[in-house]
Design a protein around this ligand. Structure first.
Ligand code: S3P
Length: 171
């Protein structure tokens, strides 16, 4: 099958970018992040797209970027935290080795800090993260082939677990 060697999903603060880079390095492949691709294409930050064009415009860009990357990118791909809310994206993900990085409220809040640069966390960061985790955790679980807990764990340990799980997969 063509497409990414692994697709990382999970909440903001799950460590998708940090761990994704490490998994890619271990596999000797590239790393890409759909937020970064959207930013490159538009020449705008995700935050500016939300503020100037609205969330719906961001989601449309994200949907297109995710579909393209799933079809053609052969490294490790990390999806923005809300990408899995799109039903068409979820349908595409069924054919890929999706890894859900699970994070609980306390660690997610610690990792996102004040939420600067993350438009969906404006206001009460803890309350927003809790709401998003409650709404989305079942969705992440539904698309995942593997679930890896990240609470209280170092990126290197999480990476080793992901690589071991991927190695058990048929090529
Ligand atoms: C979002 C997560 C962000 C980014 C945007 C919306 C979300 O990505 O796509 O701010 O809906 O959870 P990260 O999960 O990479 O921070």
């Amino acid at each position: 099958m063509t497409g990414p060697r692994a697709v990382l999903v999970g909440s903001m603060g799950a460590g998708k970018t940090t761990v994704g880079r490490l998994v890619a390095a271990r596999l000797g492949v590239g790393f890409a992040d759909t937020d970064a691709i959207v930013e490159e294409r538009t020449g705008k930050s995700v935050q500016d797209i939300f503020v100037e064009d609205g969330e719906a415009a961001f989601r449309a860009l994200e949907r297109a970027v995710v579909a393209e990357a799933l079809a053609s990118y052969d490294g490790v791909l990390s999806l923005g935290g809300g990408a899995v809310l799109d039903p068409a994206t979820r349908a595409l993900l069924a054919a890929h080795p999706v890894v859900f990085l699970r994070v609980g409220l306390a660690d997610a809040v610690k990792r996102v800090g004040l939420g600067t640069g993350r438009p969906l966390l404006l206001g009460n960061v803890r309350a927003r993260v809790k709401q998003l985790l409650d709404e989305r955790t079942p969705v992440y679980q539904g698309v995942a082939r593997f679930t890896v807990d990240t609470d209280g764990r170092e990126p290197a340990e999480i990476t080793a677990e992901i690589v071991a799980s991927l190695e058990g997969e048929p090529a």
